[in-house]
Design a protein around this ligand. Structure first.
Ligand code: GRF
Length: 194
């Protein structure tokens, strides 16, 4: 197996998406990002896609046919792998069934710690600091029907310092870990196959 047709789902700034786009551009990855979907109309991730000439789509998650539309777009681009890169909605069981072990997510903690409902964004890092952990990190995992419960593909740690604020930790996890392991995980799937 080598190059995959990747569909990225994102809700925010899309710096993780950017790490994949850059890795495709500099040939670290053999895959291609074939479409980018967001549930937020003004999310910066859509701008990043446009700059790289990738088709981008906004789908309103409040619409009744949200899932259907998403599946239609992903199907029309013949997507092999779906990457959730800062995607803040829960994936429906229908979608998991349609793409079994073909959806991966990046989570900013060392799962199973600080995963599940309510643990997203800055809340994860607040919880790590509150608990007094000296180590945090990020995890790339398969998406199953639970929240942050799928099999782990890659995980990497980073130190937590006494003077850290949640924002400082968030930045460190993002730049030093997330942007690297997300690309490494896609590479692993390119090499090992889906
Ligand atoms: C990342 O911390 C990711 O782990 C989490 O949401 C954040 C998204 O950041 N799920 P970005 O939009 O990729 O910059």
């Amino acid at each position: 197996m080598s190059g995959l047709r990747i569909g990225v789902l994102a809700s925010g700034s899309g710096s993780n998406l950017q790490s994949i786009l850059d890795a495709v551009e500099n040939n670290t990855l053999e895959s291609e990002v074939v479409c980018i979907l967001s549930n937020k109309e003004d999310a910066y991730c859509l701008e990043r896609g446009k700059k790289h000439n990738v088709p981008t789509y906004f789908i309103n998650h409040k619409a009744d046919n949200y899932d259907e539309k998403m599946l239609e777009i992903l199907g029309s681009h013949d997507v092999d792998l779906i990457v959730l890169a800062g995607y803040l909605k829960i994936i429906s069981p229908e979608m998991v069934k349609r793409y079994p072990k073909k959806i991966i997510n990046i989570h900013p903690s060392l799962l199973p710690k600080y995963g599940g409902k309510g643990y997203y964004g800055i809340r994860v890092h607040e919880a790590v600091i509150e608990a007094g952990d000296t180590e945090s990190g990020a995890t790339v995992h398969y998406v199953d029907c639970g929240v942050d419960t799928g099999d782990i593909i890659l995980q990497q740690t980073v130190s937590v310092y006494e003077e850290d604020t949640p924002q400082m930790l968030q930045q460190r996890v993002l730049e030093e870990v997330e942007h690297k392991i997300l690309v490494q995980a896609v590479r692993k799937l390119e090499v090992e196959g889906l």
